[in-house]
Design a binder for this molecule. Structure first.
Ligand code: AQP
Length: 330
């Protein structure tokens, strides 16, 4: 084993291909040679108002999505964050070694708070809870997309400040970011990242039905007036990246080469590129959807999550006990 990794996904909706290529694929791969702790971060999800009944169901649904994408609950610890209250206890303590100034520089807070009438303090302190999630398990690696790298840097600073004030306890966690797919953009607006909360048009769900995926890809923003040697627009670049990532999972890479050559020659028909993206995505998504249906039918999800929470608490309790002792609490 090469150490322990931790990562989380918010149950704010269904997994999209950005989550899959940027993070979840890596989560699955890391199971081969790491001790993996994967969490459905419902405490994070409530930083933006959400219907309680929707949230509970969404956490179960996210667990099914993750298992369908290859997270094996026997090899990895898979659980819902709120079943392990040590996360919030550590978050409070770590908040006292977090600089207010650092928090004000977080771009995710700026993006997510923009245009909202009510901005919760929880949304502002979100990165402290994220640091607690990781440090609670003394994880050394965190597989995430590019959007989370700034938060990870803050987690490292928090660990450093805690260690220097109370004595060495936490390793400084390193982000594990894929070389390709770390930032998939929205198809409807390639200037923003693909995201659940940006709205339906902005993402392709891993569990979405084929006709809806086809429609979204067909209406993906590209550009007009392709000439030989012209620069690739962000929308076209994004489609090529998705195509490359999908073909890399057991597909035929010749199609990517051919389409790139057609682009260079100024002859590429975007409808051809979009059809290829659709075909390749469906090829990898279909078996995931089938697997999800099977796991859902087995009716074991509650049991899996309970077992995961129990295993997570076994790891979390000694850390929190040590933290309390060092800080002089209790
Ligand atoms: N567009 C993306 N490209 C690559 N990776 C991405 N991730 C998110 N969007 C992209 C990575 O997916 C993991 C899980 O993300 P999350 O569920 O914790 O929430 P998020 O980062 O806030 O993702 P969303 O879809 O944008 O959710 P909402 O809209 O609900 O906030 C993370 O590792 C993330 O880096």
């Amino acid at each position: 084993m090469n150490g322990r990794v931790f990562s989380g996904a918010q149950p704010t909706g269904t997994l999209h291909i950005g989550n899959y290529f940027g993070a979840i694929r890596n989560w699955a791969a890391l199971q081969e040679d790491h001790e993996c702790v994967y969490c459905i971060v419902d405490y994070h999800a409530i930083t933006i108002e959400v219907d309680p009944n929707v949230l509970r169901a969404a956490s179960r649904s996210m667990a099914l999505d993750l298992i369908a994408c290859g997270i094996d609950p026997e090899r990895s610890i898979l659980f819902v964050q709120s079943a392990v209250p040590e996360h919030t206890e550590l978050a409070w303590i770590l908040g006292t070694v977090t600089s207010y100034g650092d928090l004000t520089r977080m771009t995710q807070f700026k993006d997510k708070s923009a245009g909202r009438k009510f901005v919760s303090a929880g949304l502002f302190t979100y990165p402290v809870l994220q640091a607690a999630d990781i440090l609670l398990y003394r994880a050394t690696g965190v597989p995430v997309g590019k959007d989370q790298v700034q938060h990870l840097e803050l987690s490292r600073r928090i660990a450093r400040r805690f260690n220097s004030r109370y004595g060495e306890l936490f390793p400084e966690p390193e982000p594990i970011v894929p070389k390709k797919g770390a930032r998939i953009m929205s198809l409807a607006d390639p200037s923003i990242k693909m995201s659940k909360s940006a709205g339906e048009a902005h993402y392709i769900g891993v569990m979405e039905d084929e006709s809806s995926i086809r429609k979204k890809i067909r209406s993906a923003v590209t550009d007009v007036g392709l000439k030989p040697g012209s620069e690739m627009s962000p929308g076209v670049e994004n489609l090529f990246e998705i195509l490359e990532l999908a073909t890399a999972e057991g597909g035929d890479p010749t199609i990517v080469r051919e389409l790139r050559e057609e682009f260079e020659a100024g002859k590429l028909l975007y409808s051809r590129l979009k059809d290829a993206v659709f075909e390749e995505l469906i090829r990898i998504i279909r078996p995931i959807q089938q697997r999800r249906a099977e796991v859902a039918q087995s009716g074991k999800i509650e049991e899996i999550l309970e077992e995961g929470a129990m295993r997570a608490r076994e790891l979390a309790r000694p850390t929190i006990a040590e933290v309390r002792k060092r800080v002089g609490l209790g």
